[in-house]
Design a protein around this ligand. Structure first.
Ligand SMILES: NC(=O)c1ccc[n+]([C@@H]2O[C@H](COP(=O)([O-])OP(=O)(O)OC[C@H]3O[C@@H](n4cnc5c(N)ncnc54)[C@H](O)[C@@H]3O)[C@@H](O)[C@H]2O)c1
Length: 384
């Protein structure tokens, strides 16, 4: 293990870049620089945290050990290839990768085939260049999900079915809802979180019981655009500006042992981020609360008391009873993912949430989009 702190270079000076940097505190790692296309924004971010602003990833790579990709999803694959070619480890935000073209011009078969090929290529370069890749699926690191992993491993339980969801009232990003920017809608943007969590838990079950992960083999999926229905009555509380993506999805996953998981996701839920995984096993049942968690119930008599304070993600106003999080990123795992990435990369071992979880999640999503196109018919999840 090296003694010097791991040198991290962040791509993207927005929301994710900020919390990745913040969550390095206390770890044997240091942010050495940041890059993003707009000079003003990368320089402001760099000044705020006291690091160097680089004009490009190419310029930053020689000075770092790890490229931390916190830029929009359409840029992830390009930066993974650049980092791998330079022999640098990678941390990459969700969604890992996708198909960034108009759904009017490209069929879902074409999307699944293209994504499968690109993921195969990513696996090849990661392996050939002997780099480690941490997929920043924070739900994997949620304390509740890690507790469930421990229960599975200790009791050698068999998961029979899972239900999971991540929903809220709509993303803050102006380019959310545009397929060519995001690679899809709710299923990829939000559904990737609970899906990544259930795929991770089934992998862990397989490793504990038989020494090999249990993988998804097929999916059935429905997607809907509820806020674009002619009779939707907009009261102004939900985001509605979805151009060519779904705002609701239901993905039924069949694993290779015949057991199942049902993942729901939408932009139609008021009251803050709603995020859970429930596990029904042969020897236990666990509700993994991700958000809200009910650790801190805060009563605020007037919204002006806590205006601008980050008490709970996506809650519409800081007034009344608020299931506040004890600390940003604690219950949803964002706090812990950086710890695993830094320590695993220093020790030269695979992170807990690795390329395999990233690949299976992405393939299940695009098999899901193909299934939705066929009104829910079963579609095989490709193996690469
Ligand atoms: N795990 C989570 O809970 C979570 C939360 C938020 C965002 N994310 C993910 O993090 C990533 C970034 O999201 P965000 O909310 O920080 O977005 P953001 O819009 O706040 O910031 C994106 C940053 O990337 C920069 N950028 C844009 N195009 C780029 C390119 N081609 N190359 C390099 N930089 C580019 C922008 O200038 C901006 O600085 C996305 O993949 C998103 O899904 C994850």
């Amino acid at each position: 293990m090296q003694n010097a702190p791991l040198r991290i270079g962040i791509v993207g000076s927005g929301f994710a870049g900020k919390f990745h940097h913040k969550n390095l505190r206390g770890l044997p790692a240091v942010t050495v620089g940041v890059t993003s296309p707009r000079a003003a924004s990368r320089e402001a971010f760099a000044a705020e945290i006291g690091v160097r602003a680089y004009a490009s990833v190419d310029e930053m790579l020689p000075d770092i050990d790890v490229l931390d990709i916190c830029s929009p999803p359409s840029s992830h694959a390009t930066y993974i290839h650049k980092a791998a070619a330079a022999g640098k480890h990678v941390i990459v935000e969700k969604p890992f990768h996708g198909f960034f073209g108009s759904p009017e011009l490209h069929s879902k078969e074409e999307m699944l085939a293209a994504v499968t090929e690109e993921l195969r290529e990513i696996r090849r370069v990661v392996s050939e260049n002997k780099i480690l890749l941490g997929y920043a699926e924070n739900i994997v690191y949620a304390p509740a999900v890690q507790r469930e992993r421990e229960i599975l491993e200790t009791s050698k339980a068999q998961i029979l079915r899972m239900t999971a969801e991540e929903s809220h009232s709509g993303s803050h990003s102006p380019v959310y809802g545009i397929w060519s920017e995001q690679g899809g809608g709710s299923l990829i943007g939000k559904g990737c979180h609970p899906l990544g969590g259930v795929l991770y838990l089934k992998r862990k079950e397989g490793l504990a019981r038989n020494g090999s992960p249990i993988r998804p083999v097929a999916v059935s999926c429905r997607t809907h655009s509820i806020t674009r229905l002619p009779h939707f009555e907009d009261r102004g509380y939900l985001r509605t500006t979805y151009k060519d993506t779904e705002d609701y999805a239901l993905l039924h996953v069949i694993f290779e042992d015949g057991t199942v998981a049902d993942v729901m996701t939408s932009e139609l839920v008021l009251g803050g981020v709603y995020d859970f995984i429930e596990v029904f096993a042969n020897n236990h049942r666990t509700r993994c609360h991700i958000q809200p968690v009910g650790v801190v119930d805060l009563y605020s008599p007037d919204r002006k008391e806590f205006a601008g304070m980050d008490l709970m993600e996506k809650i519409s106003s800081n007034e009344g009873w608020i299931p506040a999080y004890p600390e940003f990123g604690w219950s949803n795992g964002q706090f812990y993912e950086m710890r695993d990435f830094v320590l695993s990369m220093r020790e030269g071992r695979q992170p807990e949430c690795d390329l395999d979880v990233a690949i299976d999640t992405t393939l299940a999503i695009y098999a899901g989009y193909l299934s939705a196109d066929r009104r829910g018919a079963e579609v095989q999840v490709p193996r690469i």
